[in-house]
Write a protein that binds this ligand. Structure first.
Ligand SMILES: Cc1cc2nc3c(=O)[nH]c(=O)nc-3n(C[C@H](O)[C@H](O)[C@H](O)COP(=O)(O)OP(=O)(O)OC[C@H]3O[C@@H](n4cnc5c(N)ncnc54)[C@H](O)[C@@H]3O)c2cc1C
Length: 321
């Protein structure tokens, strides 16, 4: 037999009135869909906390009675710079997203979110596929096997878009035939294209959301998912936690990171020793000559360094032979 115990509020010197953190800018956009691609969207269903919750959590971890060393903004920026991640995890957001399945396949790899996706075993698949306009077909990148660069001419794109329409129409038609013929939804769907839209509720804490945004807003991410990430970042996170967002832009998105190898080369360049920089780069295996073509052979790490120097500092690295 368990004894019956009565639980109730205790009298404590630590009691204080806590007011739920709300962010008027977020309340203003709750439920409002932001259009992405031709028929996708992202909208905020709910959120927990704001910039001030991060500060509140961080101060608890500093311990009661500790002297306040920073203003809120300074503290958040400090936490971000030094990757003190847990205070950011105190904020959460729940989004409702509508995404083509190919972008969703990348999205769902972010394991730290809670997800509930529309079930095409249970329900009829959404009757909408993402369509590409004639001027939006991208060329395969030559330097990056995963990427694209430049566009296919729109006159060629017109034909590609027409064939896309045919394919999507046929796939849908066959799907519906199967459904009408009594085939189970879980099997009827198997030939639907990856361009078919799906929907999901996606809940994640702020730190892991920033991780998602850092990876998916980046130019190495596929354009389609990048459009979602940029909308979430610039339209939603910027409204929700403006101080954190700015710190994230400053210390992650627009920050430049150098490896120790790069830093050594940079040190020589800054000290006016380009020949020494080249010798060092050569010792790393960055500089091998293709005599037939009269240029350096491609080397990924070297070219990443060159891109950083050019794009962030307007500095064209010139290697000596
Ligand atoms: C440009 C780009 C190209 C990509 N190419 C490919 C590809 O070719 N093939 C492919 O399969 N994937 C690819 N991915 C997916 C990538 O490898 C990651 O799976 C995805 O970005 C999710 O990142 P994440 O694990 O950091 O995120 P989350 O799953 O949200 O995890 C966040 C962080 O939590 C921690 N964590 C989460 N789960 C674990 C765990 N089980 N064990 C230990 N730590 C954990 C890690 O620190 C992790 O960084 C690519 C991603 C990008 C951005």
């Amino acid at each position: 037999m368990t004894e019956s115990v009565e639980y109730g509020p205790i009298e404590s010197p630590h009691e204080e009135k806590i007011v739920r953190v709300t962010v008027p800018e977020m309340d203003a956009i709750l439920g409002r869909p932001f259009r992405i691609l031709d028929d996708g969207f992202v909208r905020v269903v709910d959120y927990l906390g704001g910039d001030e919750s991060i500060v509140q959590a961080a101060r608890v971890s500093y311990g009661r009675g500790t002297r306040r060393l920073h203003e809120d903004r300074g503290l958040i920026r400090y936490l971000m710079r030094h990757q003190h991640t847990t205070p950011f995890e105190m904020c959460e957001i729940k989004l409702h997203v509508r995404v083509p399945m190919d972008a969703w396949r990348q999205w769902i790899r972010h394991r730290t979110a809670n997800v509930n996706e529309y079930s095409t075993r249970y329900s009829i698949a959404i009757d909408k596929s993402q369509a590409t306009s004639p001027d939006a077909w991208r060329r395969q990148a030559s330097g990056n096997r995963q990427g694209s660069e430049g566009l296919i001419p729109p006159e060629v794109g017109a034909r590609l878009s027409e064939r896309e329409r045919e394919l999507q129409r046929l796939a849908r038609q066959i799907y519906e035939e199967r459904i009408e013929g009594g085939v189970a939804r879980e099997q009827a769907r198997k030939d639907l294209p990856l361009s078919t839209y799906t929907e999901a509720y996606w809940k994640v804490d702020l730190w892991n959301l920033l991780r998602f945004l850092g990876l998916r807003m980046d130019r190495h991410a596929q354009q389609e998912i990048r459009e979602y990430a940029c909308a979430i970042g610039h339209e939603i996170v910027a409204a929700w936690v403006p101080v954190t967002w700015q710190a994230f832009l400053d210390y992650t998105v627009h920050a430049v990171r150098f490896s120790s190898l790069e830093a050594e080369v940079l040190k020589r360049l800054l000290s006016g020793d380009p020949a020494g920089a080249s010798d060092l780069a050569r010792s790393y295996g960055w500089l091998e000559r293709d005599e037939a073509k009269g240029k350096w052979k491609r080397h990924r790490e070297r070219s990443e360094f060159e891109v950083k120097m050019r794009e962030r500092f307007g500095y064209a690295v010139s290697w000596s032979r």
